[in-house]
Design a protein around this ligand. Structure first.
Ligand code: ZLM
Ligand code: CA
Ligand code: ZN
Length: 393
């Protein structure tokens, strides 16, 4: 019906496990693993699986998780009993270990399985890239960029991205990590602070004290000690509320284009958090599915192997739209995709509007005020160019 065929000359793999999607963080918690089910069903109703290699994700092993995480932390993550009420509401005085059990990172039933499946998908994707069995590997269940070596943070328990990048570093000299989630990719940045083999770039809303996690200012480019090869290899693009597709695309292409010239990555790891879309429950930007997807298309056109991760995204219908459109970009059928959501798509009524590309007015009613000036965007680009003078590979 939609004439979806395998792309010529390259292979795309899709890594998912419906078991992961059945977990619940709690009744009103913003993170809803069910958005992955909605995404998969939309991808399938367009016929996209015919154009990809589809893999059922396994759970990462304890040893694999240990490539980044501390065993004391993993041990506790695997044995802490589930709690039905977030601890800080239920019992504010009870001790919180490793930041587990607060309202951001609740201890829910099956937590360890959920985390190890998320990491398993991202690690499978990295292995497919390493083996040259995929040119683009998609793991929408990953992208949990805030998790630290021995601490949960911001809905993230296991940093599947760090684990996948460590795998890529076994086969490739340089990894470029790009993060378009509305939040700062602090966990990934910190993990690679002291190496010049990984450059991290995060675009995010930045307003310390008000917006999580409060790090990622323009001048934060990695510890500038004299003997740190990782200095200048963390790039941050702090933004204000309401940024539009046009501005974001301009920034993204100027910055990633320059980084590609200077750093010359051998592989790209792209975190596609969909909370940077307009109408997100937690986000503050005015991005549309088209602008978000344009970042994926630009990276794809660089012709470098790439892993695509999910991440944030708290309005499930918009997450499913963006990640489906981005899957279509990966397999190169985005220009011929029917913008009307297929009649047979499950949960079709959940999308409210029957198009993949709702207008800002449809999404928001009144668009959010744009607090990003042209002058500020130029300052950001100039600062990034100045940083890159220190980077030459
Ligand atoms: N309170 N329930 C993005 C991670 C963002 C820290 C302020 C918790 C929430 C949020 C949780 C049901 C990624 C903070 C917030 C209220 C301390 C954050 C549970 C609503 C709810 O209704 C909620 C009882 C909850 C959490 C809102 N938390 C909004 N923003 C951030 C973390 C993760 O997208 O980047 C990648 C997946 N946390 O602002 C507080 C400081 C906890
Ligand atoms: Ca980001
Ligand atoms: Zn986020």
């Amino acid at each position: 019906e939609y004439n979806i065929v395998r792309p010529k000359g390259y292979t795309v793999s899709y890594h998912a496990n419906p078991e992961m999607e059945k977990h619940h963080f709690g009744q009103t918690h913003p993170m809803k693993p069910w958005r992955l089910t909605l995404t998969k069903s939309l991808v399938s109703s367009y016929g996209m699986p015919f154009a990809m290699d589809n893999y059922l994700t396994r759970a990462a092993t304890y040893e694999e998780l240990k490539s980044f995480h501390a065993s004391e932390y993993l041990e506790y993550l695997g044995t802490a009993p589930a709690e039905d009420m977030p601890r800080d509401i239920d019992n504010p005085d009870k001790e919180v270990k490793f930041n587990l059990g607060g309202s951001d990172c609740p201890l829910f039933h099956g937590l360890y399985d959920y985390c190890s499946m998320s990491a398993g998908g991202s690690l499978d994707a990295a292995r497919k890239i390493c083996n040259k069995q995929s040119d683009i590997a998609i793991a929408w269940g990953g992208g949990l960029h805030h998790a630290k070596r021995s601490e949960a943070s911001g809905f993230c328990y296991i940093n599947d991205i760090v684990i996948a990048v460590l795998q890529l570093l076994r086969c490739y000299p340089r990894v470029l990590y790009i993060d378009i989630d509305v939040h700062h990719g602090d966990g990934v940045e910190e993990a690679f602070f002291s190496t010049d083999r990984v450059m991290t770039v995060s675009f995010h809303k930045y307003q310390p004290d008000i917006f999580f996690p409060g790090t990622g200012g323009l001048d934060d480019n990695g510890p500038k000690s004299e003997h740190n090869p990782g200095a200048h290899h963390a790039i941050n693009v702090p933004l204000n509320d309401g940024i539009t597709d046009e501005q974001y695309q301009y920034l993204f292409e100027s910055i990633i284009g320059k980084i590609n010239e200077h750093f010359r990555p051998s592989v790209i790891a792209l975190q596609c958090g969909a909370d940077s879309l307009a109408g997100d429950r937690l986000g503050r930007f005015n991005l549309q599915v088209q602008g978000h997807g344009a970042c994926v298309e630009y990276c794809k056109k660089l012709g470098i192997p790439m892993i695509i991760f999910g991440g944030g995204g708290y309005t499930p219908r918009n997450v499913a739209r963006a990640w489906s459109f981005e899957t279509s970009i990966a397999i190169d059928c985005h220009t011929k995709i029917n913008p009307i959501i297929p009649q047979h798509a499950p949960w079709r009524d959940r999308f409210i509007h029957d198009t993949l590309f709702p207008t800002l007015e449809q999404i928001l009613g009144e668009p959010r005020a744009n607090r990003n000036t042209a002058k500020r965007l130029q300052e950001i680009i100039q600062h990034v160019h100045d940083q890159l003078r220190f980077v030459n590979h």
